[in-house]
Design a protein around this ligand. Structure first.
Ligand code: PXP
Length: 245
């Protein structure tokens, strides 16, 4: 099955916000990403608005032709924003103010009743609801139980181990991701993966047959400093396509 690439443009907004003005513009990055082969755009509206702002979501909804994957915490404020915009997809993530990035997966198993109620109106509004989880079987099973359409598997620990040169640890993490992807597919969930993916980790993840979408941000925005955003994305796309012809 073809593998879709979702480009996360949060860190274009991080750079913009460092000076407080309007440049660089996340919408321009999204349009460029589409031209370079992205199948979708991901943006995380955090409670503290540290990168993406409400006006960015307005601009992305109006300005891009490819689907928007709206990443958000499971709060009433974010639910109202999602229902107002009705994006193609909503990805629920855990959020802690003090974290630098989304560190772990959601505890869906520990919050089944609330999350089932929380996602119901968004499902009814037609959004594909995705849950960002680790590879534990009970979390995947809980996602199926609450009626989510998609699980996005957290690849951050695997990528960290590869970066640290911990081959044995990386192998264990990759095997766990493969088992999780297989279980999710058996339960009828669409499988996505994301977090920390770079050129050196994309191929093993792209080779997991059940995975149909990768969401990649930080590495691509960083690599864009050296080869331009279009070139950075095209190279990622090339590696994904080589793994999954
Ligand atoms: N997927 C989810 C659910 C995320 O929270 C993030 C980070 O915002 C990503 C993918 C992209 O991770 P990275 O920026 O490390 O590529």
């Amino acid at each position: 099955m073809a593998l879709r690439l979702g480009v996360n443009i949060d860190h274009v907004a991080t750079v913009r916000n460092a000076r407080g003005g309007t440049w660089p513009d996340p919408l321009r990055a999204a349009i460029l990403a589409e031209a370079a082969g992205a199948d979708g755009i991901t943006a995380h509206l955090r409670e503290d608005r540290r990168h993406i702002r409400d006006a960015d979501i307005d601009a992305l909804m109006a300005g891009i032709a490819i689907p928007l994957n709206f990443e958000m915490a499971a709060t009433a404020e974010m639910q109202a924003i999602a229902l107002r915009h009705r994006p193609h997809a909503v990805c629920l993530v855990p959020e802690r103010r003090e974290e630098r990035t989304t560190e772990g997966g959601l505890d869906v198993a520990g919050d089944i009743a609330r999350l089932a109620d929380f996602i119901a109106p968004m499902r009814e509004a037609g959004a594909r609801v995705s849950m960002f989880v680790g590879h534990e079987a009970r979390q995947i099973e809980a996602c199926a139980e609450i009626g989510a359409a998609v699980v996005e598997l957290h690849t951050g620990h695997y990528c960290d181990m590869v970066s640290a040169g911990n081959d044995a640890g990386a192998e264990v993490e990759l095997a766990a991701l493969k088992r999780a992807a297989s279980l999710a597919a058996q339960l009828g969930l669409e499988v996505h993966a994301g977090h920390g993916i770079a050129y050196d980790t994309v191929t093993p993840i792209a080779l997991i047959p059940e995975v149909v979408e990768l969401n990649i941000g930080h590495f691509l925005i960083g690599e864009a400093i050296f080869r331009g955003l279009g070139g950075a994305i095209e190279e990622m796309r090339r590696r994904m396509d080589a793994a999954r012809p």
